[in-house]
Design a protein around this ligand. Structure first.
Ligand SMILES: [Cu+2]
Length: 137
């Protein structure tokens, strides 16, 4: 009897959950990602001085496209609450990063000019979680 009473309550919680990430606009998601960053670190991500920060949030890279000078370090930071992500350069020049759990980071320093597509190993196919770095000389 207890199970029967609990189940409908659990179902109604699921139904009340927010819309799936895919339905949300990337700009809205990235604005939320930045809010998460400020909540966690007490300052905007742009105030990081030793790297350009790309946030990973709700199956998006924020910003999805980034242009940097050669020699710049890009730091990917997961600001999701539960989901883990990775960084995998499509040209295969680096091994896929470890799974980054919430609040974990990976740094890559880009020396060679050119465009570089990258993706999230677990989510590029199902969630289109992809990004691009353009390295300028
Ligand atoms: Cu991912």
């Amino acid at each position: 009897m207890k199970t029967q009473r609990l189940l409908p309550a659990a179902l109604s919680l699921l139904l009340a959950a927010p819309a799936l990430a895919a339905d949300e606009d990337a700009a809205t998601i990235c604005a939320e990602a930045e809010e998460r960053y400020v909540e966690l670190f007490g300052q905007p991500s742009a105030s990081v001085e030793d790297a350009e920060v790309v946030l990973m949030y709700k199956y998006n890279f924020c910003p999805a496209e980034l242009t940097v000078k050669a020699g710049t370090t890009v730091r990917w930071l997961n600001v999701d609450k539960r989901t883990s992500h990775s960084v995998l350069l499509k040209d295969g020049s680096e091994p896929e990063s470890d799974r980054l759990f919430p609040e974990e980071t990976v740094d890559l320093t880009f020396l060679t000019p050119g465009p570089l597509d990258y993706l999230c190993g677990p989510h590029w196919e199902t969630q289109n979680m992809i990004g691009m770095i353009t390295v300028e000389p």
